[in-house]
Design a protein around this ligand. Structure first.
Ligand SMILES: [Zn+2]
Ligand SMILES: [Zn+2]
Length: 267
């Protein structure tokens, strides 16, 4: 089995940035390449600091980026990442996402990227900056060169009026990691993330209250069976709630982890 090591370089929500806390960023070392999940504003700096991360990309240290949706805490680092690829590595970003999310990313960055900054006149498109691996809802897609597959949940998560994906990573059809992305509590999604194995699941816990239409509250996750709870690693945590979340986990004698426990761990 291929050796894959997970690094958690950020596990807070975007409002936690004012306290100096870093937004969700998981990086997987897969062989001698690095795959980042989400591109928060700190992605370039956080990866630059990782001296032991192996990557074929000399400057950015990212060989592929998987993005779940276009909220700022998930893509605000993508401009600098693409520019670094263009000007410092003379290459394109390998972007793994649903084509609809890719289109929305282009819609957000288009004004700055549409005219070439090399000759100041050529009209460019997203495909001039990225090689896109297209994820499809309910289907499994192989990531070229990485030897892993991405199985995407069959519908958008309950999070926003636009598409937001959740996925599982697999090696030889065996799941190695589930990732909820941003979502309200969704039993069908949890069943999908957890099925066929005992792999870890990174799940968001970003809601300040129960029954949110956009995020999940810790109380909802504490209703899950213990065998699921022990596989959960929480991210998207509001810093102002972190102590309370830890306290509730302790009070409930729950085996739920915080995502920073999934750091330098071989999965
Ligand atoms: Zn979001
Ligand atoms: Zn988010």
């Amino acid at each position: 089995m291929k050796e894959i090591t997970a690094y958690t370089l950020g596990y807070h929500d975007m409002f936690s940035a004012r306290y100096g806390k870093l937004e969700n960023l998981t990086v997987l070392q897969i062989g001698n390449m690095a795959l980042a999940i989400e591109a928060p504003y700190h992605i370039i700096r956080s990866l630059f600091k990782m001296k032991d991360l192996k990557s074929k990309s000399s400057v950015t240290k990212i060989d592929a980026l998987l993005v779940t949706h276009i909220d700022a805490d998930h893509i605000s680092g993508i401009d600098l990442l693409i520019w670094s690829k263009v000007f410092e590595e003379n290459s394109k970003l390998l972007l793994i996402t649903h084509p609809e999310v890719a289109e929305q990313i282009w819609h957000r960055i288009r004004t700055a990227f549409e005219i070439s900054r090399i000759d100041m006149k050529t009209k460019l498109e997203l495909k001039d900056y990225v090689d896109l691996v297209e994820l499809k809802l309910g289907e499994t897609v192989e990531i070229p060169q990485f030897g892993i597959e991405v199985e995407t949940f069959h519908r958008s998560t309950h999070h926003a009026p636009f598409l937001s994906i959740a996925f599982r990573l697999l090696v030889d059809r065996t799941p190695i990691l589930g990732y909820s992305g941003d979502t309200s509590f969704d039993q069908e999604l949890i069943d999908f993330l957890a099925k066929n194995g005992d792999h870890p699941i990174i799940h968001e816990a970003g809601s300040y209250k129960k029954d949110s239409k956009a995020h999940t509250n810790i109380e909802e996750l504490l209703t899950l069976p213990i065998e699921i709870q022990k596989r959960l690693y929480l991210n998207h945590i509001p810093f102002v709630l972190e102590e309370k979340i830890l306290q509730r986990i302790k009070e409930a004698s729950s085996p739920i982890h915080i995502a920073n426990a999934l750091n330098k761990i071989t999965i």
